[in-house]
Design a binder for this molecule. Structure first.
Ligand SMILES: Nc1ccn([C@@H]2O[C@H](COP(=O)(O)OP(=O)(O)OP(=O)(O)O)[C@@H](O)[C@H]2O)c(=O)n1
Ligand SMILES: C[C@](O)(CO)[C@H](O)COP(=O)(O)O
Length: 255
């Protein structure tokens, strides 16, 4: 079985979060920092060989003071991130151990990646080379102009809101990142780079609980989610609480 290096981009600026005193990944949800919650479900997995967390240069002092011991205990390598998310991931790709043949990228701002969801993504990445979780869009979609007036209704068939972790064969993701200078559109996830070099990416069923903290409202939602999700089972062998949810998601995006 191949081994996954897991990259956690945590070097963002939290602009949309709107708290100049503390970035979103350092806020706590039910007493645990968002970044710790994002990392812990990947710790102690037999299929994970390396954990790499990328933080912004201005956060090293705070991180060392408050979280150095956590990172050491979890076996996390801490590196410096870049100006854009894809720069951060590229910097981490340079640090992947030679023993890893796959890589997963999971936003440090997503505190609830369930074990079952990670299993699905990793299995599909081994089979297809590239995999990511997604939720079929269930609201009606409108495109509007800057004046707020609707221009059109966008058919939602075949549209997914995608999440992380996104997982890839290592050589494929490296090639995809090398091709970045040839793209003109804004790049918002790693799968987009892989799509651009012509490799199909497989969507598996995401989870509505696997939210990304973007605004303060998301943090309030995360607090609510932490109250309804099951607690970790003792002796489960991982720090991850949500191993029983897999059945609820099904095996693919359509189930
Ligand atoms: N240069 C960057 C930009 C983003 N990220 C990370 O990528 C994830 C998703 O990005 P996003 O939610 O946009 O976070 P921020 O960039 O911090 O938010 P904002 O765009 O509001 O400033 C986050 O874990 C963030 O820390 C990163 O590692 N390096
Ligand atoms: C990678 C991602 O979380 C997938 O939904 C998302 O694209 C990140 O976007 P952001 O604009 O950097 O928050």
């Amino acid at each position: 079985m191949g081994s996954f290096a897991v990259i956690f981009p945590a070097a963002g600026r939290s602009r949309r979060f709107g708290d100049a005193s503390r970035k979103k990944i350092f806020h706590e949800v039910d007493g645990r920092a968002v970044w710790l919650r994002a990392v812990e479900p990947f710790v102690n997995r037999e299929d994970v060989g390396q954990l790499i967390l990328a933080i912004a240069p201005e956060d090293f002092e705070l991180f060392d003071r408050r979280y150095k011991a956590n990172a050491a205990f979890l076996g996390v390598t801490v590196v410096e991130g870049g100006a854009e998310r894809f720069d951060t991931v590229a910097a981490c790709l340079d640090r992947v151990d030679p023993g890893c043949d796959h890589v997963a990228v999971h936003d440090a701002a997503r505190p609830f990646p369930a074990a079952g969801l990670i299993d699905l993504v990793f299995e599909a990445a081994r089979e297809h080379g590239a995999a990511l979780p997604g939720l079929a869009v269930s609201d009606t979609l409108k495109r509007a102009g800057p004046d707020g007036l609707v221009v059109e209704t966008v058919p939602r068939e075949g549209l997914y809101a995608v999440q992380t972790p996104q997982a890839f064969r290592l050589d494929l993701l490296r090639r995809a990142h090398e091709n970045r200078p040839n793209l003109t559109a804004p790049v918002t996830d790693d799968a987009q780079l892989v799509e651009a070099i012509g490799h199909p990416c497989r969507i598996v069923a995401g989870s509505p609980y696997n939210i990304k903290i973007t605004t303060k409202d998301d943090l309030r939602m995360a607090e609510a989610i932490s109250r309804v999700l099951p607690r970790p089972r003792s002796g489960s062998g991982t720090a991850h609480p949500f191993a029983d949810e897999r059945a609820a998601w099904g095996e693919g995006p359509d189930s």
